[in-house]
Design a binder for this molecule. Sequence first.
Ligand code: FES
Length: 249
Amino acid sequence: MKRLRLGHDWEIAFNEQRLIEFDGEEIVVRRTSDNDWIAHSRYCPHQNADLKDSQISGNVLRCPWHGLQFDLASGQNLTNQCSPLSVFDVVIEKGEVYIYALHPPSRQQIYLGRYGWDLRVGTFTSDLNEQLSVNQDYVAQTNRGAERVTILALSKNSERSLVAGRILRNISGEQRFDASVVPKTLTYLESAIGRLETGIQLIHVEKLLDGNMVAYLLGEPTRALGPLAAVATRDLERQIWFEFVNLEA
Ligand code: FES
């Protein structure tokens, strides 16, 4: 297995962090005050925030930009909102510190795409397990929300910090599914909300460009909707949000 010798353990103080390059990836290596060693990719897989100096609590890292949390043992995002963070094993052998690839680095193909209502050009990573096609339209998450992207070319620029967003899904695949998704969600939510017996009424379901759904409700917000949103998101395989409509506004 590929490994990198970082140096003697006494060369790195408690609470110190180092930036290194390993297998083409920029990595943050930290030694905590409890003498734990942690190594992870420098950039957040969500929108490439710099994770140097980011907050760590126990085994969980919190990204400073949008607050997503990553399990440092597996790299998994705790709410599954983006691909995993690359994490690495740190092993001390006879007082020497070695970094091993624990989960493969998230080095990804970068694509050049035209996106949004103002047809900007920018670079994108992809969450899809397939090579994207040139001239094909996709939905991407950018810092303005979900936007349509037309892929123009594979990018030779591998600078992850310049990435404008990440591709979430193929638009044509989503359109094929489109006819059934709204009524299916309505039926599912109507019966699930009815079972809560809270008097809440479902009045409308809207599908967003990224394929996720917003359900508009009338009534008094209740905590029971939190678990329901999580279960519905799992069962319907898309993010479900609830929004209460204020008739007095
Ligand atoms: S860039 Fe890290 S959570 Fe958004």
